[in-house]
Structure formats: C-alpha cells, structure tokens
Design a protein. Structure first.
Length: 227
C-alpha cells in the first residue's frame, strides 16, 4: 500500500450491494483502515467517523472527484448489476465503462493504489463464451492493462446471501435461492457466503503482500478457511 506509515485510505464502490455492504462492514471494523471514501448514488444510512460518503450520478465521469481520489491506498470495486436486470448495452456500460472511468481517474490521482475487483466465475478474458463471460473477461483485461502495481480479481462461484440484501428477480428468490440454500447447507464447498467473500477481498487487498493475482472460487475459500 502507498501509506505504510499509518492507517489506510480506502476507496469503495458498490457499498449498497449484496457483497459491497459486507466489504464496507469489514473495512469499518478493520484497525488498519483510517478512512473510507464510498462513492455511490445513495447513502448507506451508517454513521461512522471512518466513513465519508460521496453521492455521484455520472459514473462515466469521475473527474470532479479527483481530490477525493488522491492518496487512496486500496480500491475495492464492487459496483455492478445483474445482466438480467438491464439491456446488453447498459450491462456493458456498467461493467466495463464505469470501471474504465474509475481506473482512469484513480490512476491519475493515486497511481500506486492496490485495486481489488469483484469479478465472477466464468469470466473469459479470451473473448469466448456467453455474453456474460465475454463482458466480465473484457473488464478483467481492462484492469490488467492498467498500471496499478497490484491488481486482485476475485471470481467467486455461488454467493450465498446472509444479509438483508438479496439478488434481484422474483424467480431467483422464489425458486433458485431456496434450492441453492439447501445444497449449500449440505455441501458448503459449492459456494461462499457474501460475508466471507467480502472478508477475503478485504484481507487480501489490505495486506497487499501478493503479486497481482486472479482468485478462483477455491482460492477465495482458502483465504477465509480456519487456521
């Protein structure tokens, strides 16, 4: 991290999401974190001296936030959307366009920052596969092309929700989630909880002791495994 002499300044996007909210909780509780700058479209409702929330509408242009992005040690990019909830164009814009705008602004203000990306299992950087896989792979390629000294990409499989925030979609919540909850209870290795995924991301990102790496589902589980 940039600031080895004191508490870290952390940048977070997507704090209102299922995983992003847990990332925020872990960051607030972490003794090595001194300041959290959260960029979003709505307030979290939390009141904490560490947390500074910035409401911002245009995620394709973060240039007005240059001073806020200065001195960032670690960035956790958790902002995203389910492809079933938006058009293909909007999905690409949010997944790739928002990320590009963020990395451009952050690299100019804090070029030595560590960048942690909440990705997905099945991402295809080679451009093959289903649209979801290709878009996620494109986002990974875009991050890899940046000059950040350490880049950590997390590719979880099934993410089991533990908080009040659940994935959108009536069919998902009524059918898929109950089925997966039963399977996950019998065989936890098939997935990871949103809270443990967030813990793994925070643990790796704040330590920043490893070279740039893509964390597979099993590698993520290993980070938070007891012992």
């Amino acid at each position: 991290m940039q600031n080895n002499a004191g508490p870290a300044k952390v940048l977070l996007t997507g704090a209102s999401g299922m995983v992003g909210r847990h990332v925020l909780d872990h960051l607030l509780a972490h003794p090595d974190v001194g300041e959290i700058v959260s960029i979003g479209r709505r307030q979290s409702g939390l009141n904490n001296d560490k947390l500074r929330e910035i409401l911002h509408e245009d995620f394709l242009d973060l240039s007005p936030l240059a001073s806020d992005l200065a001195g960032v040690d670690v960035c956790f990019h958790c902002l995203g959307v389910y492809q079933s909830q938006v058009s293909k164009k909007v999905y690409v814009e949010i997944t790739c366009g928002y990320q590009e705008a963020l990395t451009d602004a952050l690299s100019a203000a804090s070029p030595a920052a560590v960048f942690v990306l909440f990705g997905a299992k099945g991402a295809k950087p080679n451009g093959k596969g289903m649209p979801f896989a290709r878009v996620k792979g494109r986002a990974e390629n875009m991050l890899q092309a940046t000059g950040f000294p350490r880049k950590y990409i997390f590719r979880p499989g099934y993410i089991h929700p533990t908080g009040t925030r659940k994935p959108p979609g009536a069919i998902y919540r009524a059918i898929f989630l109950p089925i997966m909850a039963k399977k996950f209870a019998r065989k936890p290795a098939i997935g990871i909880t949103d809270r443990d995924l967030a813990k793994a991301m925070v643990t790796v990102g704040l330590a920043a002791t490893e070279e740039s790496k893509i964390f597979s589902h099993q590698m993520i589980r290993d980070v938070v495994a007891p012992g």
